[in-house]
Design a binder for this molecule. Structure first.
Ligand code: IMP
Ligand code: MG
Length: 177
């Protein structure tokens, strides 16, 4: 299969505006608390980097990453989630904000959330840059969502197709031919 990107779905400016809004919302919600941000690798790395800079510097922020694999080099879900790299910090008694690039079935997220909650975090909330329609059955647990998008495979701003396109500054729809 050859793959090329086509139309821009969400521009760099739209992303930056929305991420700033999300940072303000999170700052309001966590005023007077400390925040432990856990990004789900690899797709969330760019979103995490931008989002944490939009959080009020008066809020103490810790950052770590976890890697769970469910897709491999395919655009279809295998239904299997594995923890490939764990966090290195203790989260007992902490307020955790789990950060995902995109929630599709929500399977990755719900499994990672269960693992973290099982380690005695005081709270676990979820922020996702993108949400697809299929995740609606799961969306009760999505506390902060950047954009709800149609059911296309998208790349850019950290999201890949077969490890490509993560470096794009905007979100594009993948054109599969
Ligand atoms: P879920 O477990 O079905 O919610 O899958 C979520 C994960 O699948 C995301 O963290 C992405 O890594 C990947 N994924 C789902 N949809 C897309 C997409 O449109 N583009 C790129 N990656 C995607
Ligand atoms: Mg991926």
């Amino acid at each position: 299969m050859r793959a090329a990107t086509k139309s821009v779905l969400i521009s760099q400016q739209q992303i930056q505006n929305r991420v700033a809004e999300m940072g303000r919302e999170i700052s309001r919600d966590y005023t007077g608390k400390a925040l432990t941000v856990i990004g789900v690798l690899k797709g969330s790395f760019m979103f995490v980097a931008d989002l944490i800079r939009q959080i009020d510097p008066a809020i103490p922020v810790e950052v770590d990453f976890i890697s769970a694999s469910s897709y491999g080099n395919s655009t279809l879900s295998s239904g299997e989630v594995r923890i490939v790299k764990d966090i290195g910090i203790r989260i007992e008694g902490k307020d955790v904000l789990l950060i995902e690039d995109i929630v599709d079935s929500g399977r990755t997220l719900s499994q990672v959330k269960t693992i973290l909650a099982g380690r005695g975090a005081r709270s676990v909330r979820i922020a996702a840059l993108l949400e697809k329609p299929e995740s609606r059955k799961y969306s009760g647990d999505l506390h902060y969502v950047g954009f709800r998008i149609p059911n296309h495979f998208v790349v850019g701003y950290g999201l890949d197709y077969a490890e490509r396109y993560r470096n794009l500054s905007e979100i594009r729809v993948l054109d599969e031919t």
